[in-house]
Design a protein around this ligand. Structure first.
Ligand SMILES: [Zn+2]
Length: 127
């Protein structure tokens, strides 16, 4: 891969990494705040309302957690793409070792599988 192209992808990946880290930090701060609010809530007055609130805050937290997992997962992909860039194997499918399509890389700079391997991975087993 030409140097200018590698630099272009590195720039993209570093920006994405920064964005993900900021988003993760925000999520984390929000989770901390939710925890504090839960501890302050109490009393047996408006019991049903309180139950509804508690249920929805559990839901919110679970949603945030899966979002957090998702962000961490993408961040891992971004980091390993940066490593591959450093090692000079960026844009090479980690499974079949073929060059990943340029269009796919532009849309998804942290892609580690070519489109064929990605499809094969997503295909349900035994179907
Ligand atoms: Zn492949």
């Amino acid at each position: 891969m030409e140097k200018s192209k590698a630099e272009h992808f590195q720039d993209k990946l570093l920006k994405e990494k920064k964005r993900l880290e900021i988003e993760l930090k925000h999520l984390h701060d929000e989770n901390l705040n939710t925890g504090a609010a839960d501890q302050e809530a109490g009393g047996d007055q408006n019991y049903e309302d309180h139950m509804a609130d508690a249920a929805s805050s559990v839901f919110e937290r679970e949603r945030d957690l899966s979002l957090e997992d998702n962000l961490k997962d993408i961040l891992n992909h971004v980091n390993s793409a940066l490593h591959r860039l450093h090692d000079g194997v960026f844009g090479v499918c980690t499974k079949c070792r073929k060059q990943i399509d340029d269009k796919r890389l532009s849309a998804l700079p942290y892609a580690d599988l070519c489109i064929e391997c990605k499809k094969a991975e997503e295909r349900p087993v035994g179907n």
